[in-house]
Ligand binder design. Structure first.
Ligand code: FMN
Length: 276
């Protein structure tokens, strides 16, 4: 049996909610030798994790999946049957197969999935007018994350050989069929209306931009250049809204009909779930 002496978090997290959750889980394990690794921004580096390290992997859900860019970046990480916790963070709608896909990826990279969790983060499209799980993860979520970290640490210390889990066994979010159908009907109506959609986040008032560079520095795909912040490269932008959430002057916006739609259909806040 290998003794776990270290822990680390490995995250892709443009608007920081997955990062927050992962780091609190890591803290909850109580393992003092803890290193956070962030794969959100380039340059992306290769990383090999020893079998004595417990890893917390976390990523957001985009369209029911792990964002392809997160997958690409996490493929730089390899393990030696190192134990891993797999966490997906979603904006209160649903995560569909994202957790299973993430667990499969982590296994493929040489890790043993020993625990999993689904947490709620403020939706990237949440606005003041149309809040969607605004402020999540909140105090209760983070308390749950810390407790979960403690439970994983207990599992590791109690078991002579740490058991792998089947992430399909995790409790699914409570959701009525009516909510899903209503959402689909509204999406079809929006798509049918063929209203022009803002292709990427952009600046409302270009004359107010001070070219501070915060948006460009926090863009995971380098879709914004410092000095030319009013232009977002459509071919690179993943609509993560990191630039919107981090603009100190709040002049970057992403107007999408999905803000209102998600805010209306998913007003009832979901709860995190964990599996050991
Ligand atoms: C392009 C895009 C697609 C998304 N798709 C989903 C989704 O399918 N289900 C959901 O509940 N939230 C979805 N979200 C919301 C994010 O999962 C949520 O905001 C998450 O907390 C962001 O994580 P981060 O803060 O680590 O970047 C989506 C967000 C974006 C930008």
């Amino acid at each position: 049996m290998t003794t776990i002496t270290k822990t680390c978090s490995i995250v892709f997290s443009p608007t920081h909610t997955s990062q927050k959750v992962a780091n609190v889980i890591m803290k909850g394990t109580g393992i003092p030798d803890a290193t956070p690794y962030n794969f959100t921004l380039p340059p992306v580096f290769s990383l090999h994790i020893d079998c004595d390290t417990l890893v917390v992997f976390a990523a957001p859900v985009y369209g029911g999946h792990i964002p392809p860019i997160a997958i690409e970046r996490m493929k730089k990480v390899t393990g030696e049957q190192s134990p891993a916790i797999v966490v997906v963070v979603y904006g209160n709608r649903d995560y569909e197969h994202a957790l299973e896909e993430f667990a499969a990826l982590v296994r493929q990279q040489g890790f043993k999935v020993i625990a999993a969790a689904t947490f709620i983060g403020e939706h990237s499209y949440s606005t003041r007018q149309y809040p969607i799980s605004a402020g999540r993860p909140n105090k209760n979520d983070l308390l749950k994350a810390e407790t979960f970290g403690q439970e994983v640490a207990k599992k590791i210390s109690n078991e002579s050989s740490i058991q792998e889990i089947d992430v399909k066994q995790i409790e699914r979010p409570e959701q009525s069929l009516w909510t899903t159908l209503r959402f689909i009907a509204k999406v079809l109506r929006v798509k049918g209306a063929k209203k022009p959609v803002q292709p990427t986040p952009s600046i409302t008032d270009i004359s107010s931009c001070t070219h501070c560079g915060v948006c460009a520095e926090n863009c995971p795909t380098q879709a914004i250049s410092i000095g030319e912040e009013q232009t977002t490269d459509f071919s690179r932008c993943i609509r993560c809204c990191a630039c919107v959430k981090m603009c100190p002057l709040h002049i970057r916006i992403y107007e999408t009909p999905f803000s209102q739609l998600l805010s209306t259909c998913y007003a009832r806040e979901k709860e995190p779930h964990t599996l050991l």
